[in-house]
Design a protein around this ligand. Structure first.
Ligand code: NAD
Ligand code: UFG
Length: 339
């Protein structure tokens, strides 16, 4: 039976996407090295969906392992999430990022080409836009000036995919540029299991509300934004996961290469997010303002017309849903998947 191969399927966005794929009756194979995830996420996905998922433990840096997977399973389409995603870690260890993101993707594409599999959905990021010049960010505005090795790795992979498509127009390639994924499945059974102290705002807010962290440090309140704090386009991970089903559908129907933003098109400031989180969940979130974080931009908001027109997809969950579901996951799983 034809399957979808999901690389990094045990991770935060991957597990939510695998759940949606199973609910839509796709056959799913996950390959993951579990470097930043737990098998428990997939046990819970199986329980939620009432279906099973085939799990292959493997590292995309291992070409032989990839070849084995393509030989053993009848794979039609690949959704490629696997990779590392910490901006600060990429600055301190760039080689690790080029190896896990660029080399691993090179291996995956090599195996796909060899086995004649030509449909891929790739996880890119709004980070490829660098410092925004005009807003909202539209898909043809890509900058070559990413501010860190993580961003550069995504930009390099986008270039690799584009060259591949130019060499062979039988490929169907959808590059999805995520804005700021937050929230969790409403069941509270799967969510983001950050290792150590979170870098991102929403998990930091949730861990402050539960008392693990003392207060949220707002990185600057002197930006050129309505309240001076940074503005982002937060997207609920369940909406994001559903965007991948639309992308799979698109690359199974057409050949071509498209870069598509996945966001809501709405900007939310740090202060607005903290206020909404406290109000919706009736919890106290202490905060103070500190210096700007180097490398942060004032505002990042997606243009969403292309996603609507080409994928027939748009978001349906709002900031309240994101805050409620993040808190539900955090309070039901205070130690992540370890409890
Ligand atoms: P995640 O860390 O939760 O998931 C990534 C998964 O890939 C993990 O399960 C990890 O174990 C696995 N993995 C990493 N390196 C691997 C390798 N060499 N071989 C096999 N498996 C490997 O991250 P996520 O938040 O789910 O992100 C998924 C993708 O989306 C990543 O490519 C990330 O860069 C991209 N993205 C994420 C965000 C975000 O804010 N979460 C934003 C934009 C883009
Ligand atoms: N922020 C704080 N305090 C914190 C954490 C964040 O004030 O403790 C602020 C940031 O300054 C920013 C906003 O909250 O204004 C969002 O920050 P996040 O770290 O949650 O998200 P970023 O937009 O900085 O980063 C995200 C992804 C990166 C990606 C980047 C650019 O996490 O992987 O978008 O697309 F590179």
């Amino acid at each position: 039976m034809e399957s979808i191969l999901v690389t990094g399927g045990a991770g935060y966005i991957g597990s939510h996407t695998v759940l949606e794929l199973l609910l839509a009756k796709f056959n799913v194979i996950v390959v993951d090295n579990f470097s930043n995830s737990s098998r428990i996420s997939l046990d819970r996905v199986a329980a939620l969906s009432g279906s099973s998922v085939t799990i292959v433990e493997g590292d995309l840096r291992d070409q032989d392992r990839l070849d084995e997977i393509f030989l053993n399973f009848d794979i039609r389409t690949v959704i490629h999430f696997a990779g590392l995603k910490s901006v600060s870690e990429s600055v301190s260890d760039p080689i690790l990022y080029y190896e896990n993101n660029v080399v691993a993707t090179f291996n995956l594409l090599t195996a796909m080409k060899y086995h004649g599999i030509k449909e891929i959905v790739f996880s890119s990021s709004a980070t490829v836009y660098g410092v925004p010049v005009t807003l909202p960010l539209l898909e043809d505005m890509t900058s070559a000036e990413q501010t860190n090795p993580y961003g550069r790795s995504k930009y390099m992979i986008e270039g690799m995919l584009s060259d591949l498509y130019k060499s062979d127009s039988d490929w169907g390639i959808v590059i999805l540029r995520y804005f700021n994924p937050v929230g969790a499945h409403p069941s509270g059974m799967i969510g983001e299991d950050s290792k150590g102290i979170p870098n991102n705002l929403m998990p930091y807010v949730a861990q402050t509300a539960i008392g693990k962290l003392a207060e949220v440090k707002i990185f600057g309140n002197n930006y050129d934004t309505p309240d001076g704090t940074g503005v982002r386009d937060y997207i609920h991970v369940v909406d994001l996961a559903k965007g991948h089903l639309a992308a799979v559908n698109m690359c199974q129907k057409n050949t071509g290469l498209e870069r598509i933003n996945l966001g809501t098109g709405l900007g939310v400031s740090v202060l607005e997010l903290i206020t909404a989180f406290s109000r919706v969940n009736k919890v106290n979130v202490p905060f103070s303002v500190v210096d700007r974080r180097p490398g942060d931009v004032a505002t990042s908001v997606a243009g969403v017309k292309k996603a609507r027109e080409m994928l027939g997809w748009s978001t349906s969950l709002n900031l309240e849903d994101m805050c409620r579901d993040s808190w539900n996951w955090q309070s039901l799983n205070p130690g992540g998947y370890k409890n």
